[in-house]
Ligand binder design. Structure first.
Ligand SMILES: NC(=O)c1ccc[n+]([C@@H]2O[C@H](COP(=O)([O-])OP(=O)(O)OC[C@H]3O[C@@H](n4cnc5c(N)ncnc54)[C@H](OP(=O)(O)O)[C@@H]3O)[C@@H](O)[C@H]2O)c1
Length: 394
């Protein structure tokens, strides 16, 4: 992606003002029908003569990845100078999550360009007047907000309160793998399941080699005393989960998955993390001990959880965009990202990046989307301007 060194001009400021003014809350259940009206507002106004523009990749049409306009190199108006708590960040690397794929594939009836991307690492270029946590030149990592233009752009505005300092020991590519999944895993384990350093018992982690599972296993083993029973269905994903610290790995495709889990935890597991809840309620009703707790992150509609009442099980939802969406306790995400950065720098957590594609353009992003769409990711795929990772993850 070619960088833009041109200064911000009045038109770009106006465009950004319009973006903020029209920011909308998209209901969660409408996620797959096309959010991002704010991004569309910004991206849709490119092309006026003389204005500063930046390189970006836009999603112009919903539908399949190979369809025309799915992901396209483009230029959009440069973001305005940051105001309030916003940082203007030069994006060096992004990672692709299932949410990128879901939004890209969702209907886009008005055909407006959407800027996707909810994971980034980069450098602060400028700060708003209320910013206290960062200065220009600081290296940062963050997921951002669902209802603002995303990180598939060379510059992005983001609220400082949901941004963390990039781990000093990681390059941009390695750091970009961590924010969205790290926030999700942290909130799931500590805010929802209420785990602490004193927690013991067993935690069942479905889809453990995936993006969220890969950091969640590490957080659970580094910061609590629970035994992690991970699930993986293939040799590569099993080996990755073991390498990240899972104590036991069972195959989620096995027809006797319930028996395999109960062989390891005869009295039933204490906690469950589920990113794959479809068809699993009978399993949870069988393998979770009475008064056990389950945290789910997926979008499984029409989920009937009545079978969980018999054992008085608790069901928690985790949605990592909820804070930004509702302006609720934003600073908690800055705090947890800063803690993740410190844990990385102390050698207690590692990056989950397993693949880096360069440069940051539509072709690389299409390849990354294809990998995530497969549903069988091991760790995270990153798309970066340059691969600055010192070595591939072992
Ligand atoms: N609520 C939130 O805040 C939030 C945040 C992040 C993600 N999410 C959602 O959570 C889901 C997972 O995200 P992710 O980033 O971890 O995805 P991911 O990286 O694409 O997950 C891939 C992993 O899923 C495993 N898997 C595939 N089918 C499975 C099944 N039927 N049962 C158990 N595991 C299965 C695969 O293991 P094998 O290859 O071994 O089969 C693979 O390792 C997505 O729907 C995503 O949108 C929600």
């Amino acid at each position: 992606m070619t960088r833009c060194g041109t200064p911000h001009d009045d038109h770009a400021r106006l465009a950004q003002h319009e973006t903020r003014r029209t920011r909308q809350h998209t209901p969660l259940h409408d996620l797959e029908e096309g959010p991002m009206s704010a991004a569309a507002q910004q991206a849709g106004q490119a092309g006026h003569a003389g204005q500063a523009t930046i390189a970006t990749v836009v999603s112009r049409a919903g539908g399949p990845l190979d369809g025309e306009g799915s992901l396209v190199d483009a230029r959009i108006p440069a973001p305005a100078a940051p105001t309030g708590h916003d940082l203007l960040v030069e994006v060096a690397a992004v990672s692709v999550n299932p949410v990128d794929v879901k939004v890209r594939a969702s209907a886009n009836p008005d055909g407006r360009d959407r800027v996707l991307g909810w994971d980034a690492a980069g450098t602060v270029l400028a700060v708003g007047e209320d910013v206290t946590l960062f200065r220009p030149g600081d290296e940062v990592f963050y997921a951002g907000a669902l209802d603002r233009p995303g990180s598939y752009a060379s510059q992005q505005l983001v609220d400082e309160r949901i941004v963390g300092p990039k781990p000093a020991t990681l390059g941009f590519a390695d750091a970009a793998a961590l924010p969205l999944t790290g926030i999700t895993a942290w909130e799931a384990l500590f805010d929802k399941l209420g785990l602490t350093a004193d927690s013991t018992g067993t935690l069942l982690v479905l889809g453990a080699a995936g993006g969220v599972g890969s950091i969640l296993i590490q957080l659970a083993t580094a910061l609590t005393g629970v035994t992690v029973i991970a699930t993986a269905s293939r040799p590569e994903s099993r080996a990755w989960a073991e390498r990240l610290g899972a104590h036991v790995v069972v195959d989620h495709s096995a027809p006797d998955l319930d028996r395999r889990i109960l062989d390891v935890a005869p009295g039933g597991v204490d906690y469950v993390f589920t990113p794959q809840s479809r068809g699993r309620i009978p399993l949870f009703a069988t393998v979770v001990r009475p008064f056990g707790e389950i945290v789910a992150i997926d979008d499984e509609r029409d989920l009937d959880i009545m079978a969980l009442k018999d054992r008085s099980l608790s069901w928690h939802w985790e949605f990592m965009f909820a804070r930004a969406r509702h302006g609720y306790d934003l600073i908690a995400q800055h705090t947890l990202l800063a803690r993740i950065a410190r844990l990385v720098d102390a050698g207690r957590l590692r990056t989950t990046r397993t693949r880096t594609l360069t440069p940051l353009d539509a072709a690389s992003l299409r390849e990354a989307h294809r990998a995530v769409e497969s549903g069988h990711m091991v760790g995270k795929v990153v798309v970066a301007e340059a691969d600055d990772s010192p070595h591939a993850p072992a």
